[in-house]
Design a protein around this ligand. Structure first.
Ligand code: GLN
Length: 309
């Protein structure tokens, strides 16, 4: 929808939600983390923040949810900002073609995870950020608060504890990586920071505002530089190829934007040069991506042509 040549973002977001609601199937909230199983399957929100600071939203766009793996985007950006390219010696950047929590490639690839957005890779990035900052989860929280202007963003300790109690697979991944010498901190503290940043609660509004740094080629909300243009381009590229796990091909096919999903049902996508959009609905497909969320992004890029292609 356009009025006098300007996009009416508000109307656009409502249209996109309506279109998404017409697609069949809703998926199911993640239940392997018991604290997430009780998420409201009807919840649905969309927010769009432009590079010049306007923000629009529809539905449950101001309701906080568990950001889960969307946090992996922020740990990566912060680890690169503080430590530079050395990180790429310890984690690859190829799509894995396997589920996000898979162990299988770690042995043949000698403890170097395929990419920073599967759990194995995110554990290495969390370890690196812990090395650089002394408080990986704290660094993510502070970054989200600063970029969104919402000082209330914090870790939901109930979710973090639930993850830790049922985290056998993540613990196995971390120990396996450590056996190859690819963790510098004690496994327990890497896991604790990993759970604490995954269990941060934030809304679509918050995350769309935060995501602007990637649309602005690395510039933070206050105008200072977090990433070089080249680093921001690379993070966007890895988001496109690896941000939605073994469904990254399907996501590129349908949406055509760099994006990161989480099992809380959120997806944060970057509109390079234009802004960032965050969608949330807890029902997941088999790859762990929000069914309504992906449908909404599909409708958005189909209606506007705002894909990177
Ligand atoms: N904290 C979740 C886990 O480790 C994150 C997974 C996700 O969002 N895909 O399993």
């Amino acid at each position: 929808p356009r009025h006098n040549g300007r996009v009416d973002y508000q109307e656009l977001l409502h249209d996109v939600m309506d279109t998404a609601r017409r697609t069949p199937g809703r998926g199911r909230p993640a239940d392997y983390i018991p604290a997430l199983a009780s998420a409201d399957p009807e919840a649905f929100g969309v927010a769009l923040a432009t590079v010049d600071g306007e923000v629009y939203g529809a539905g449950d766009w101001e309701r906080p949810f568990s950001i889960q793996s969307i946090s992996k985007l922020f740990t990566l950006a912060l680890a690169l900002a503080e430590g530079g390219d050395d990180l790429w010696k310890r984690v690859g950047r190829e799509p894995s073609g396997n589920p996000f929590n898979s162990l299988v490639q770690l042995e043949t690839e000698h403890g170097i995870p395929r990419n920073p957005f599967i759990n194995a890779g995110a554990l290495v990035v969390t370890d690196r950020l812990l090395e650089l900052s002394g408080d990986a989860a704290g660094a993510v929280r502070e970054f989200l608060r600063a970029e969104s202007g919402n000082e209330l963003i914090s870790t939901d300790d109930t979710v973090a504890a639930s993850e830790a109690r049922h985290g056998h697979r993540n613990a196995a991944l971390a120990h396996f990586i450590a056996s190859y010498g690819n963790l510098r901190n004690p496994v327990d503290s890497v896991l604790a920071h990993y759970y604490a940043h995954c269990a941060i609660s934030a809304s679509c509004r918050d995350l769309a505002l935060v995501g602007r740094f990637l649309a602005r080629h690395g510039l933070r909300a206050d105008g200072s530089r977090l990433l070089t243009r080249s680093e921001a381009k690379r993070v966007n590229a890895v988001l496109l190829t690896c941000g939605t796990y073994d469904a990254a091909g399907e996501f590129a096919f349908r949406v055509g934007l760099p994006g990161k999903s989480g099992v809380g049902g959120g997806v944060l996508a970057v509109l390079p040069g234009r802004g960032a959009v965050c969608v949330w609905s807890p029902g997941l497909d088999t790859a762990g991506n929000s069914v309504l969320g992906v449908a909404a992004l599909d409708a958005l890029t189909t209606a506007t042509g705002w894909s990177v292609f």
